[in-house]
Write a protein that binds this ligand. Structure first.
Ligand code: ADP
Ligand code: MG
Length: 307
């Protein structure tokens, strides 16, 4: 199978022209921007053995390479429109490619994303780079730097379950199905993000751990925060709970973390638990109020291993 047959077979699909005017098949894609809106673009690369374990199903990789990008758009409050896909493959295995593209398009179809182009090359290490584009109403992108002193801090879902899943998997222990899904099939929180737009002050998606990603908001906003350990959402599944370390430091969940005024109101019909976990304060740095009542300063980069 040559490169062009591969693209035609697995990636080129009919689409109804709208914002996307010309997709795969020419030298570049052509878009019709929506008036009154700003474009939002981001890219993420997944490398085998680094971002996913060797042996991860092609279907899950296809889903996840798009999901992690859509999560970045969600964090900006943006709505996705198009994606490009740059694939570096050790070999062109049609079974793998079929599975991969099925996983990719399952999420693309669910979120209205059109694959408008990409690149396909041979290389020794399986590497996937996806770029996604979307838009927001003019001036309404949600940034990291907007947190105010006195804001409440919120998180969606159950951060930590992807890390708990990875921990179990690497050590050969059984993992609850639900954790496994969080690691392999993260759900970009696009609906929630749309509802939060215009209501919240600062937002980020949790890709590198709750504390570290909160650190980015605090740094950009030049404020500090206190997080209450007792408020952190932890769900017991099959008799197992994620560790505190999973919840606070584990990456790969792609939940949203945001700050909002105390009296902020949003519709909240997202079928997802939203938990208030702390407060923005003037004193710089990040502190965790432990279940033991002790206030502990924590680093906002790595190395938070005290719980
Ligand atoms: P060029 O040589 O002009 O860069 P290519 O031969 O690389 O074009 O690609 C031909 C067409 O197929 C282009 O529209 C490109 O965007 C698209 N394409 C290539 N690889 C992929 C891929 N993995 N997924 C989606 N589209 C792809
Ligand atoms: Mg090319």
């Amino acid at each position: 199978m040559d490169e062009f047959e591969l693209i035609r077979c697995f990636f080129e699909r009919p689409f109804s022209p709208g914002i996307v005017s010309i997709g795969i098949g020419d030298d570049a894609a052509v878009l019709n921007p929506r008036p009154g809106r700003q474009s939002v673009v981001c890219t993420d690369t997944l490398v085998e053995g680094r971002h996913f374990l060797i042996g991860t199903s092609a279907h899950a990789i296809g889903w996840k390479c798009l999901a992690v990008n859509l999560s970045d758009l969600a964090a900006m409050g943006a709505e996705p429109i198009w994606a490009t896909l740059a694939l570096t493959l050790p070999e062109a295995d049609p079974i793998w490619l079929k599975d991969f593209s099925t996983g990719f398009f399952e999420l693309a179809d669910a979120t209205g994303v059109v694959l408008v182009g990409g690149d396909t090359t041979r290389g020794s290490c399986l590497t996937i780079t996806v770029t996604v584009g979307g838009d927001v109403p003019m001036g309404q992108a949600i940034r990291r730097g907007g947190a105010h002193v006195g804001d409440t801090i919120w998180v969606s879902g159950f951060p930590g379950e992807a890390a708990a899943s990875l921990r179990q998997r690497v050590s050969g222990q059984p993992e609850p199905e639900r954790w496994c899904r969080h690691l392999d099939y993260p759900q970009p929180r696009l609906d929630l993000a749309r509802q939060l737009r215009g209501q919240v002050h600062a937002m980020i998606d949790i890709s590198d751990g709750l504390l570290q990603d909160m650190g980015h908001i605090l740094k950009a906003s030049q404020v500090g925060a206190v997080v209450e350990e007792a408020r952190l959402p932890r769900h017991t599944q099959d008799g197992l709970k994620p560790l505190w370390e999973d919840v606070l430091c584990g990456g790969d969940d792609y939940e949203l973390l945001w700050t909002a005024a105390e009296d902020c109101f949003w519709a909240g019909d997202v079928n997802l638990p939203l938990t208030r976990i702390g407060r923005v304060v003037a004193e710089p740095g990040l502190r965790v109020l432990g279940v033991d009542g002790q206030l502990q300063s924590v680093g906002m980069t790595t190395g938070y291993r005290h719980f």
